[in-house]
Design a protein around this ligand. Structure first.
Ligand SMILES: Cc1cc2nc3c(=O)[nH]c(=O)nc-3n(C[C@H](O)[C@H](O)[C@H](O)COP(=O)(O)OP(=O)(O)OC[C@H]3O[C@@H](n4cnc5c(N)ncnc54)[C@H](O)[C@@H]3O)c2cc1C
Length: 296
């Protein structure tokens, strides 16, 4: 049973991303997290989908849990790598039958493997396939600093990604959710260049609360994202200090939200890492009110 929608409205439009819980304990934490963050009135939440189709059931269980714990609608991530078109369509049908009306259509990262089964070669083809099959609202990924596979002399990764986002928008995508990016100027340039390229769909920046700086460094390398020098400087000497990390994370997170809002950004897709408290603290410090608070 879904809870009634929170009665307060906020000018900021939030979406919260969760990943499937692997244990019953993690699932219980996630239910509490999703319920607490639902009090911030997100317009939707989303649940990620593992590569190679191995997490299909975990995603389905987590979607059902999040649907129970929240009033906001759930968008189901779905990748088109690692399974046949029939299998991917069957999963999409299952989501539709669960009442899911929004999806995040992704290629996934399994496409590097030449032997991997692919339902569709590119996310743009997948968008068209999903739109044809059901009346889903379709979100897609976008990469303001360029997709990590884009490399080569003289290549402008941002421009290559804008061309790809145009393909996805032309295929019927409704909204782009961006990879996290600590370089605000890069995001704003991406937004403006996408608009200049005739892309009319909404582009929401990805927001990542920093829970552990060393892990952020590893993760950014994998995702092809850059960490600005000022961020390195801010965390220097505090990498193993949990309390200081939290304080700095709240400060730099809140400032980023304020800077982007000042530049006209009124929506954020938040990678929650299945934890509520830091997200709540950051948005509160940025002047966005929250009702509940839990230690998750
Ligand atoms: C918000 C967000 C959520 C995510 N959630 C998940 C998740 O739940 N599960 C998961 O496994 N991964 C997830 N990812 C990661 C994503 O699957 C990978 O980054 C993947 O490498 C790219 O996916 P895509 O949908 O952007 O692929 P695509 O749009 O297909 O692009 C992949 C690459 O192919 C190139 N390309 C695309 N079309 C063409 C074409 N026609 N011709 C030539 N080149 C082309 C692009 O430029 C790009 O380099 C997420 C990423 C983001 C930003």
């Amino acid at each position: 049973m879904s809870k009634p929608a929170p009665d307060h409205a906020t000018k900021i439009k939030l979406s919260f991303e969760y990943f499937p819980a692997r244990t019953e304990k993690a699932a219980a934490t996630l239910r509490r997290t999703a319920s607490a963050l639902d009090a911030m009135g997100p317009r939707f939440t989303s649940v990620t989908y593992g590569a190679l189709g191995s997490n299909r059931d975990a995603s389905i269980n987590t979607i059902a849990d999040v649907q129970d714990a929240t009033a906001a609608p759930v968008a189901a991530h779905l990748t088109c790598s690692g399974a046949s078109r029939e299998e991917i369509h069957a999963t999409a049908d299952r989501f539709w039958d669960m009442g899911v009306r929004s999806v995040v259509a992704l290629r996934g990262d399994a496409a590097d493997d030449a032997d991997a089964v692919r339902a569709y070669d590119h996310a743009s083809d997948f968008v068209a396939g999903l739109k044809k099959r059901h009346g889903f609202e379709v979100n897609v990924a976008a990469f303001p600093e360029g997709h990590p596979e884009t490399s080569g002399p003289g290549l402008d990764g941002q421009l290559v990604d804008i061309e790809n986002l145009k393909r996805k928008a032309d295929a019927g995508a409704d909204r782009a959710l961006c990879q996290f990016c600590f370089d605000d100027e890069a995001f704003l340039r991406y937004r403006d260049r996408a608009a200049a390229a005739g892309i009319g769909i909404e582009i929401a920046p990805g927001f990542l609360p920093i829970m552990n700086f060393r892990r952020l460094v590893d993760f950014s390398e994998k995702c092809g994202g850059t960490l600005p020098q000022w961020l390195w400087d801010r965390f220097a000497g505090y990498e193993d200090d949990v309390e200081a990390t939290r304080r700095i994370a709240v400060e730099v997170g809140a400032r980023q939200i304020e800077r982007l809002r000042a530049a006209g950004v009124d929506r954020f897709h938040v990678f929650t890492l299945n934890k509520a408290a830091l997200v709540q603290d950051i948005f509160r410090a940025a002047g966005v009110e929250t009702r509940d608070r839990i230690a998750a």
